[in-house]
Design a protein around this ligand. Sequence first.
Ligand code: CP
Ligand code: NVA
Length: 303
Amino acid sequence: MGLRHFLSLNDLSASELKLIMDRAMALKADQKDHGACGIMQGKVAVLVFEKNSTRTRISFECGIAQLGGHAVFMGPAESHLSRGESVEDTARVISRMAELIIMRTGAHERIEEMASSALVPVINGLTDFNHPCQLLADLQTYIEYRGDITGITAAWIGDGNNVCHSWMNAARILDFRLNIATPHGFRPDQALHDQCRSNVFMTDDPFEAARNAGVVITDTWASMGKENERSERNDAFKPFCVDSRLMQCARKDALFMHCLPAYRGQEVTAEVIDGPQSVVFPEAENRLHAQKALIEFLLDVNA
Ligand code: CP
Ligand code: NVA
């Protein structure tokens, strides 16, 4: 089998995904024992980030250190990618020096180019199309608080964006129902919806989507790269704010999730994100544990 990368949740089978979740829980429970003797001892990971980040950068850098390795970070303005060096040449150069690449970029084709020229595994740290590492953490968080996710109903409220796309993949792989409520014109990718029609249901009514949901998820209305559409988006998305009235439509024990960064008073009220149903900070922490489990998995299957 060729080199395995993690560009999408679809790169994992359901059983591999469950294995990574189990390992993430074990790493979380036992964090202190997985320090300098970890799987990355003597190894280097390069983070190639063409967009800003707080959580993804920190969780990878901390996780790599805790696994015994070293992380080299190249931000949006720091590498020659910003002045036109090709992704292919960048991949060839990094592959000769490091054991792992983590890339955050805009067009998904750029990370596919990175993976097709790299001789080491490439992990997707977000593209405009998807954000699979976020889903590892989100799934871990759901399982941690509520157990098995198969068969539940989840509700995505807001923009049909990269994180929404990864939730759609998760719904298909782990067989749960995902209700998506977006305004017209902001629906997720049609071809992706065609692949997961038995698990993913669309509506333009956020209350219909939230009905009986065990988890309600939202994200910013203007993702990175869409900031100039903010005022038009704010108008279109106004009825899609996750507030306590909307949360009351969901199950009594419903969780609230958000990948962060959040904009209180826009996609979610402060009352909800800072309230008792919100798990956004454990969700952020789980980026660390889930990605450590992912790194172990990738280094192991590619050994
Ligand atoms: N959720 C997430 O990926 O956050 P950052 O953009 O801060 O990395
Ligand atoms: N949808 C957001 C996620 C940020 C983690 C964005 O792409 O900006």
